[in-house]
Design a protein around this ligand. Structure first.
Ligand SMILES: NC(=O)c1ccc[n+]([C@@H]2O[C@H](COP(=O)([O-])OP(=O)(O)OC[C@H]3O[C@@H](n4cnc5c(N)ncnc54)[C@H](OP(=O)(O)O)[C@@H]3O)[C@@H](O)[C@H]2O)c1
Length: 272
C-alpha cells in the first residue's frame, strides 16, 4: 500500500470512506475492503456505524497493527470533557484500544480552539490516538490550529475533487508539513459520469471515477472513496497502475468551478 508521510505519521494513500454504510452493509463492506487490501478506514462517531465498522474490522482477519484507523470528534463535542467522552465512545464502538488518527470533525466557533487542541493533544499523550489532525479547516483556521497545538497536526481532511479548487488549503498544509485527505473524492458519484474524466480514462482503460481519484493522488492527497458495492471496492483501489500526464492533469484542473462544493452543512465555516 502506498503511503503519505506527514509530521511523523505514515498514512495509506487509499482509505475506505464509511459515511452512510450503516447496519450490516457497514460490517460487510469494511470486512471485504480489508480482505481486498484496503489498509485505512475513515470513521466518525457521528456516522453512527462505528460498531458495525469495528465488527467488519475484527471479522476481516487482518491484524489491527496493519490497519490505519481514523475517527473524528463531532463539532458539538469539542469542549475538553465532551471530547474525551466522545473519543472513549468511539474506541468502545470500534473495539480498539486506540486509533491511528483522531480528527476534529468540523471547527466550532462557539468552543475556543485552544481548549479543543489542548484536549486533542492530551488524547494523543494519554495513548488514545497515535496522531491528531483536523477536518474542514480553512487557511486561517489551519494557521490557528498549528499555533495552538502542542502536538503535530498530521492531516487536514477536506472536500476535494475535480470540481473544487483547493490549492490555497493544500499549499498552507504543505507549508506546515500537513497532509491533505480528500473526502468526497469522486464528488459523491458525480465524477463518475463526467465526460472529460471518461475521455481521459479511456486512454488508460480506466473509469472516470478512477481518473478523479488518480488526479488527487498525483496532487499528493490521501483519498477515501466510499462505496456500498463490493465490486466497486476493487475499481476504486485500482488507481496505482497508471499515471496522468501533465496535460491530463491540467484538463482535470479546468473542471473546478466556484459552486463545485457538494457538501453544504449549516455549521460549515466561511470558506473564503
Ligand atoms: N470530514 C468530513 O466532514 C467528511 C465529509 C464527507 C465525507 N467524509 C468522508 O469521506 C468519505 C467519502 O466521501 P462521500 O462518501 O461523501 O463521497 P464519495 O466517496 O465521493 O462518493 C460516494 C458515492 O459515490 C458512489 N460510488 C463510489 N464508487 C463508485 C464507482 N466506482 N462508480 C460509481 N459510483 C461510485 C457511491 O455509491 P455506491 O455506494 O452505490 O457505490 C456513493 O454514492 C465518506 O464516506 C466519509 O468517510 C468526511
Amino acid at each position: 500500500m502506498h503511503t503519505v508521510e506527514s509530521n511523523g505519521a505514515k498514512i495509506p494513500v487509499l482509505g475506505l470512506g464509511t459515511w452512510q454504510l450503516n447496519g450490516s452493509i457497514g460490517c460487510r463492506i469494511t470486512e471485504q475492503a480489508l480482505k481486498l487490501g484496503y489498509r485505512h478506514i475513515d470513521c466518525a462517531l457521528i456516522y453512527g456505524n462505528e460498531k458495525e465498522v469495528g465488527e467488519g474490522l475484527h471479522a476481516s482477519g487482518v491484524k489491527r497493527e496493519d490497519v490505519f484507523i481514523t475517527t473524528k470528534v463531532p463539532h458539538t463535542e469539542l469542549a475538553p470533557g465532551n471530547l474525551e467522552r466522545a473519543v472513549k465512545q468511539s474506541l468502545a464502538n470500534l473495539r480498539v484500544s486506540d486509533v491511528n488518527l483522531l480528527l476534529v470533525h468540523w471547527p466550532n466557533p462557539e468552543i475556543p480552539l485552544a481548549e479543543t487542541m489542548g484536549a486533542m493533544a492530551r488524547m494523543k499523550r494519554e495513548g488514545y490516538a497515535r496522531h491528531i489532525g483536523i477536518s474542514n479547516f480553512t487557511v486561517k483556521l489551519i494557521e490557528e490550529a498549528v499555533r495552538l497545538s502542542s502536538e503535530p497536526i498530521v492531516t487536514n481532511q477536506i472536500e476535494w475533487h475535480p470540481y473544487l479548487d483547493e490549492e490555497k488549503v493544500r499549499a498552507t498544509c504543505a507549508e506546515h508539513g500537513i497532509s491533505v485527505t480528500a473526502y468526497c473524492p469522486i464528488a459523491r458519484g458525480r465524477a463518475t459520469g463526467d465526460e472529460v474524466l471518461t475521455r481521459i480514462g479511456k486512454k488508460y482503460g480506466k473509469t472516470a471515477g478512477q481518473v478523479s481519484l488518480r488526479w488527487l493522488v498525483q496532487k499528493g492527497a490521501i483519498v477515501i472513496p466510499r462505496t456500498s458495492k463490493v465490486e466497486r471496492l476493487t475499481e476504486n483501489m485500482s488507481i496505482f497502475d497508471f499515471a496522468l500526464t501533465p496535460h491530463d492533469m491540467a484538463e482535470v484542473d479546468a473542471l473546478a468551478k466556484p459552486a463545485g462544493r457538494v457538501v453544504n452543512v449549516g455549521w460549515a465555516p466561511n470558506w473564503d
